[in-house]
Structure formats: C-alpha cells, structure tokens
Design a protein around this ligand. Structure first.
Ligand code: SAH
Length: 478
C-alpha cells in the first residue's frame, strides 16, 4: 500500500526538512505488522514527492494482535491489508513522520508553520460509505477531493464498483495538519480498524485532532468511527471536544447502526449552550464593546461579530496558530473595511499587562482560567481585573463535580487543564477576586442540571463596583 505527498512550494526539496527524511535516501522502518519504506520518486526545486510504502506481512499482523483479540479466523491471514491503504498506513505514518506531525522543524520552523500547496494520493483506499464520505471528511478541511471508485474488475462489465477508491487531495495546508488529518481519517474510512482500543485512544485522537477536529462539521462521525463502537469512549471524546468548542450540531449522520444508538444526538451540545448563555449575558449587561480573552480558534468570536449590538469586538490568545484559525474563520481578509474596523485580533499572554486589553465594556474568559498554572493565576487576575478593569468579566470553567457523570473519563476533561474547580472552589476564588479588585459576582450554571452534582459548566459574572459602592463595601467589611 502506498501514500504519496507532493509539494510545489519552492524550493520543493525542503519537504525533506519538514519530514526529517533526506530526499536522496531510501529508508526502512520496521513495524510490528510489516515494513514501512520512505523514498522520494521525484525531488526537484519545483516539485518534490515523498512516498510511504507499507509492506504488510499478514502472518506478523496476525501475531502482533493481542491474544484475546476477537477474531481467530482465516480472515486474519486472508484479507485486503496487504493491498489497500488502511488504518495500518495511518499507524505507520504516525510512527515514521512523528516529528513532522508535531509541527516541529528546527531548520525550517516558519515553513512548518505555513500552509503550503500539497497533493496527497492514495491509489487504493477502502472508503466506507462510498466516495461521498471522503468528500465530507476532507473538504471541510480545505482539500479539493477526487475520490474515484475503483471497478471490481475492469475487464468485466456489470460487476460495478468495489468499495475502494483512488483518492487525490489537493490543497494549501500545513504539512503537520495534513499528516494528522490522514492519521485520523484513514482509519475512519477503513472498515475494520485493526487494533484494540484503550482509554488512551481518546488522548491520541485529541492530540491528532488539535486545531481541526473540534470545528469539523463531521466531528461526531469521525469520533464515533475512530473509536469504533466503544460508546463510552466516544462520549468522553465528544465531551472533551465540546470543551474545545465543537460544532457538534452540524453533524449529519448516515443511517448506520452505530450512530443510531446515540439518543443524545438531538440535544444542544454543551459548547453551543455555553456560547448562548455568555452571549445572552453580555447583551443583558448592555455591553457594546467586548474582548474575548483566550479566544482560541474563534468560535465564540464569530458569534460576537455576527451580533450587531456589539460595536467593537476583540479577540486575543497566546497561541498564534489559534489566532490564524480565528482569522480564517472570521474571513478577516475578505471582510469589508467597515466590518474589519469593528474587529481586532492580537496575540498576547494574559499573565502580562497589556494596554490593548483595556477599554472594553466587557471581557470574556471562556474555558481559559483552567489552562493557567495555579501559581500564575494571580498574575492573570491582576492583568484582567486590576489593570484592564472592564465593567464586566464573564468567566466560564468546568464544574469538576459533574465529571462523575462522564463515563470512563479518567482525570480531567482536557489534557491541558491545570485544574478543574468544584462549585465551592470557583465560589472561593471569585469572592477573593471581588474583595481584591472591587467587583461583585453572581454564579450561574450552564448545561443539564444534576440534582447533586450541578451543571457541567459554571459561569461567574463579575461586575465592577462604582467608587461609591466600593467605599460602602469597605465600610461593611470593617
Ligand atoms: N475561549 C475559547 C478557547 C478555550 S481553550 C473557547 O471557549 O472555545 C483555552 C485557550 O486559552 C487556548 O486557546 C489557549 O491558547 C488560551 N490560553 C491559555 N493560557 C493563556 C494565557 N496565559 N494567555 C492567553 N491565552 C491563553
């Protein structure tokens, strides 16, 4: 089975740097199920192609399985694994190009961070659900997709198409994103994911899906298929994607049994409920100018921009990659000048004072505080409540008590969370902030309410006290 990736970004041979594989060499990498070979069929300044060829040894594949794997049958030895691209190719790719997948490249970091013209071909790809599914999976990621069904037998008319397609993707995409997308989507298209899954599969999916899966319109389908029929794992993954700001409501499912088992599907996803609640709160507060602090890839920012009541909208984040996603989402480049004047996007760390944070009616810290190391949290408080001092600050954060309801969730909801607060812990923190900086707070719940555990998300709404109110308050405290 074969996968090729071509770029025409001059000098094209820089692809070798990005992949950490020299274009002049042929390299072999042993896999538990066979051998992966990397070589460059063409390598000129104008055009450079890398090929990953995987030789699957069916006997080794059968032996590399866990002893308690479910199918002891001839199918272990007689199958399409040796010929068709599949989840095995995804696994080999992850192993062979692991550094490239992380987006690190010491000698060409800027190139590794840039979207470059790419062409990916897979001559034989099993495509569960037909060519349409390939379009649905790759097109929202910016690829032009050609998925041409392969005839069962070209010599015999009437036999029709096989379940395989010849896939060609072209687009301008960051190489690391392309590799991660293939790593996740090849097994999603494959009928039979070959390996056994444990809870760390969810972590792997979150890592590979970083920056693109949460906002993918078919993220539910991808998650369900990637994790097989393990509905507990799927639910955990979906909860974690919701933490990242996922658009689950856009997912339209084909009629397949695995999807039919999801009664919750009709419900409004948590991140949508969160966006609705914060937006309504900002409107109720009468805010006209709003800054979204730690805006991430800009989903909520988009809601703000689409709301005419807000005359000035800003977003800032420490991650330039997230800001690039946000700019793309908002179509900043294609906006009219008048629209663009309403919007600012800038990079900044919330633990350092920055004059650009000041001058807004309201600031939003949506699912951000729990990403900050506890010893740095006071710096953030000083920057937001002490220096920027907006009239209102809306903070949302997970309610850790509610985690008990996420089946098979081990630890926190997101690998980057530094803490998750109980309702009492948020309350204590909020009270301290109010005492220190002269604000008053009200805490609300967002999401389904559980009698004893509360809601999945908690929202603290801080409003700045006037000088008189602050003086009065001081009087009370004395
Ligand atoms: N508010 C968005 C994103 C939440 S994820 C949403 O609700 O969808 C948390 C975000 O906070 C990430 O984008 C991360 O880059 C950002 N972040 C974490 N620590 C930060 C810091 N110290 N300064 C600025 N942004 C930070």
């Amino acid at each position: 089975m074969l996968l090729t990736v071509t770029t025409t970004h001059a000098p094209a041979t820089d692809l070798g740097f990005l992949l950490h594989k020299h274009p002049d060499r042929v390299q072999e990498f042993a896999q538990s199920f066979g051998t992966a070979t990397v070589f460059y069929p063409e390598a000129t300044e104008e055009r450079c192609t890398v090929a990953l060829m995987l030789d699957v040894d069916p006997v080794r594949l059968a032996r590399s399985r866990a002893r308690n794997a479910p199918d002891f049958s001839l199918a272990q030895y007689v199958n399409d694994r040796s010929y068709a691209a599949s989840s095995l190719l995804g696994v080999a790719m992850a192993d062979v190009f692991s550094t490239a997948r992380s987006g690190r490249c010491r000698s060409r970091q800027e190139l590794a961070d840039s979207a470059i013209p790419l062409e990916v071909t897979i001559p034989v790809l099993p495509c569960r659900g037909g060519p349409d599914v390939a379009h649905r999976l790759f097109e929202p990621l910016g690829w032009t997709v050609e998925a041409e069904p392969i005839a069962l037998d070209e010599a015999i008319e009437g036999w029709g198409a096989s379940r395989y397609v010849r896939l060609r993707l072209t687009g301008t995409v960051r190489l690391a994103d392309a590799l991660n997308q293939l790593h996740v989507l090849l097994p999603v298209l494959d009928e039979s994911k070959h390996y056994w899954q444990g809870p760390d599969e969810v972590d792997k999916l979150m890592r590979s899906g970083e920056g693109w899966l949460a906002s993918h319109p078919a993220s539910r389908l991808i998650t369900q298929r990637y994790l097989g029929r393990r509905s507990g794992l799927t639910r955990t993954a979906l909860a974690r994607l919701a933490e990242l700001g996922d658009d689950l409501e856009d997912a339209v499912e084909p009629a397949e049994d695995e999807e039919a088992q999801q009664p919750e599907q009709a419900r409004v996803p948590l991140n949508t409920q969160r966006h609705d609640a914060v937006l309504q709160m900002l409107l109720d507060l009468g805010a006209r100018s709003v800054i979204d602090l730690g805006c991430g890839p800009g989903q909520f920012l988009q809601r703000l921009v689409r709301t005419p009541a807000f005359t000035r909208v800003a977003g800032s984040d420490v991650s330039t990659r997230s800001l690039q996603h946000a700019a793309r989402r908002l179509r900043l480049e294609r906006m009219s000048e008048r629209q663009a004047e309403r919007i600012e996007l800038f990079q900044g760390a919330l633990t350092y004072e920055d004059a650009r944070y000041a001058g807004f009616d309201a600031a939003v810290l949506m699912e951000v505080v729990e990403h900050v190391d506890p010893p740095r949290l006071e710096a953030l408080e000083r920057v937001v409540f002490g220096a920027a001092r907006p009239g209102a600050v809306v903070v949302t954060t997970p309610n850790s008590e509610y985690n008990a309801l996420y089946e098979s969730l081990v630890g926190m909801r997101h690998p980057d969370h530094r803490f998750e607060w109980t309702r009492a812990e948020l309350g204590e923190w909020a009270e301290r902030v109010c005492r220190t900086y002269g604000y008053r707070v009200e805490v609300h719940g967002i999401g389904d309410h559980d009698e004893s555990l509360g809601t999945p998300t908690q929202m603290a709404v801080f409003t700045r006290l006037t000088d008189e109110q602050a003086d009065e308050k001081e009087g009370d405290d004395d």
